[in-house]
Design a binder for this molecule. Structure first.
Ligand SMILES: [Zn+2]
Length: 77
């Protein structure tokens, strides 16, 4: 992630998001697009967007992991 990436900030929040579709923004009345480099230092990155949290079975990483488990190792490569 470069400093010029666009991030998303809900009105009144000091948390920024990598993804506009983040569940952390789903209840925000207004969402602003900002260049990452323009954010004040006290803004913190959303833990959902950073991958620190995983939300249930719809989470992309968990889906990937479960799909890998389904594969027979002898069928790969
Ligand atoms: Zn987020």
């Amino acid at each position: 992630m470069s400093d010029d990436d666009t991030v998303y900030v809900a009105a009144g929040s000091t948390r920024y998001h990598d993804y506009r579709e983040c569940q952390g923004l789903s209840h925000a009345r207004e969402v602003y697009e900002r260049p990452h480099s323009s954010l004040p230092e006290d803004f913190t990155r959303c833990k959902l967007c950073s991958g620190a949290y995983h939300l249930g079975s719809s989470d992309r990483a968990m889906v990937t992991a479960s799909r890998l488990e389904e594969l027979d190792p002898e069928d790969v490569g």
